[in-house]
Write a protein that binds this ligand. Structure first.
Ligand SMILES: [Zn+2]
Length: 194
């Protein structure tokens, strides 16, 4: 199993660069009203990161329309933040997958390493088992995955599908990019924080 995320700070700044690309695509599309999008990022305090992340890497990139009367908020997909969870997406995925793999690791060990308690981890399990498979995103996208990914072992099966076929950085980047639409899925932003 893939017990580790890439350890270096460079991995996290690499993910920020991917988010900046995603944000730039969103910004170019402008607001549906025709207004221009200006940066209006959210400060976040993600937990469970390796060491202290620089302030810039904690920002959830977002935009606001500059037209009076519109001022619509437009938030691009993210490979770092999964919905409203406090932890970074990669950590939510990794810990959930570790609980499910061929030899599930003990909760205490995960709690020590990432500072996620039993209740938080249990909530993530519910997210993967019950909420995620119900999303239209998953219903459409799962057909594209080869070989077919088993719902019962989500997200382990997803991690396996990507990391068994790519070098670790690339595997994580592709997996996080694949999942990035759910970072802005409104239907997922209920009851699943942390
Ligand atoms: Zn607008």
């Amino acid at each position: 199993m893939y017990h580790d995320l890439p350890r270096t700070a460079r991995f996290w700044s690499f993910l920020l660069a991917v988010d900046q690309d995603l944000a730039e695509e969103t910004r170019k599309n402008a607001c549906p009203c025709g207004g221009r999008l200006h940066s209006a990022n959210y400060p976040r305090k993600p937990r469970g990161t390796p060491g202290q992340l620089p302030e810039q890497e904690c920002l959830r990139l977002s935009f606001c329309c500059d037209r009076d009367g519109c001022r619509k908020r437009v938030t691009p997909p993210s490979v770092r933040f999964l919905g409203r969870k406090v932890y970074l997406g990669a950590i939510v995925i990794l810990i959930s997958a570790m609980r499910q793999g061929p030899s599930p690791r003990r909760v205490r060990e995960l709690a020590t390493r990432f500072g996620a308690d039993r209740r938080t981890i249990a909530r993530w399990q519910v997210f993967w088992r019950e909420h995620f498979p119900q999303t239209s995103f998953w219903k459409i996208e799962r057909a594209q995955l080869m070989p077919a990914v088993e719902i019962l072992s989500l997200p382990y099966s997803l991690v396996d599908a990507y990391l068994s076929r790519h070098p670790i950085w690339r595997g994580w980047m592709l997996l996080l990019r694949f999942l990035s639409p759910i970072s802005v899925a409104k239907s997922l932003q209920i009851e699943i924080s942390r």
